[in-house]
Design a protein around this ligand. Sequence first.
Ligand SMILES: *Cc1c(COP(=O)(O)O)cnc(C)c1O
Length: 429
Amino acid sequence: MTHASWQEIQRADSAAIWHPYAPATGGPAVYPVVRASGVRLRLADGRELIDGMSSWWCAIHGYNHPVLNRAAIAQLQQMSHVMFGGLTHEPAAQLANLLVELTPAPLDRVFFSDSGSVSVEVAMKMAIQYWYSAGKPQKQKLLSLRNGYHGDTFGAMSLCDPVTGMHHLFGAALSQQLFAPAPGCAFDAPCEDIDLAAMKQLLSQHCTELAAVIVEPVVQGAGGMRFYSPQYLVKLRALCDEFDVLLIFDEIATGFGRTGKLFALEHAAVVPDILCLGKALTGGYMTLAATLCNDRISSGISSGEAGAFMHGPTFMANPLACATALASIRLLLSQPWQRVVQRLNKELSAGLAPARALSRVADVRTLGAIGVIELHEPVDMRVVQPMFVERGVWVRPFGRLVYVMPPYVMNSADVAALTAAMVDVVAQL
Ligand SMILES: *Cc1c(COP(=O)(O)O)cnc(C)c1O
């Protein structure tokens, strides 16, 4: 197959495309990719980069995996899509049952949607519609954590950190939610009642108007790559029960093994009322998300005034995405993935350790297959992005964070090359 040249792709791109979190024109350079295989991205000029990002947490098995390719092709030859109103199909039915089996009881009902942000919108609507059905229509607000990230649509955005989430830009168009401080207790530290004092205060003051608390369990991702104590979740569950407020976990980033457990909630053995999954669900092949809930929510909504849950995306439960998700999850479970993630953790920790000695480094931390160098000052992407590409790695920092979450298939030599490049770039800044 012949490809357009690097310049042709870049020219066509800059003529018409608007990239994420970027100005329409004149932003930092974008790099044309022509092929991705295993852990390597091949650029249009033939250079290959070791991928440290898994395309934003998704490509856990790497790219172009024969098992996932086969599943997608087989499904394509059956049907790529049918509407989900009034119809169903085997890939969705099997995937929903597998998700119920893998997540803790009593999460037993699955609502599919197209992206993580929409699965958060669905979770919010479930919580609000549940309370409406239960005769408490005044419970419509949500409480989330500072430094949180839950997506870019309006509902999801209203739950993101009010400062880094750019709330001032959208002003009154955003729902006004409540925010508790980010958990202060470190991942391996105990969590005391005092760590949830502000959370408890907010719950007791606002419980009559609160539908749910939403948090990213254990790892706050795009809002700061912060890891916190699983015990926080145990105490939070107890507080939500005490004040009769639902609990939503957003595992869109942490799900499917990234933190060393299949789901981050397993670190705490705490079960939410509603759970959001996305990102790695299809192994990075297609966009798909799921919102799971317990019978209290699903029965409550279904027996309420509307008699149905009022949501239904056009591409709900897309068969190609469901079939690929099934293949991806089965592939993950067929392997000793816990040991793989443990190995990656050791190698990331060892590889990033030398960064601790650098004066511009504030912290180095790892959890599961996540490695983070936190700097004192934000990086300049125009300077730092070419430095990574020159060193043959794909790392995409944001703000003060230079971080990676590599595909699980990355071998030890590639992890060493990736972490060495990160330390070198940070040292050269
Ligand atoms: C990425 C992410 C989302 C949003 O998912 P999209 O698929 O980008 O809409 C929501 N919550 C968390 C924790 C995420 O990491």
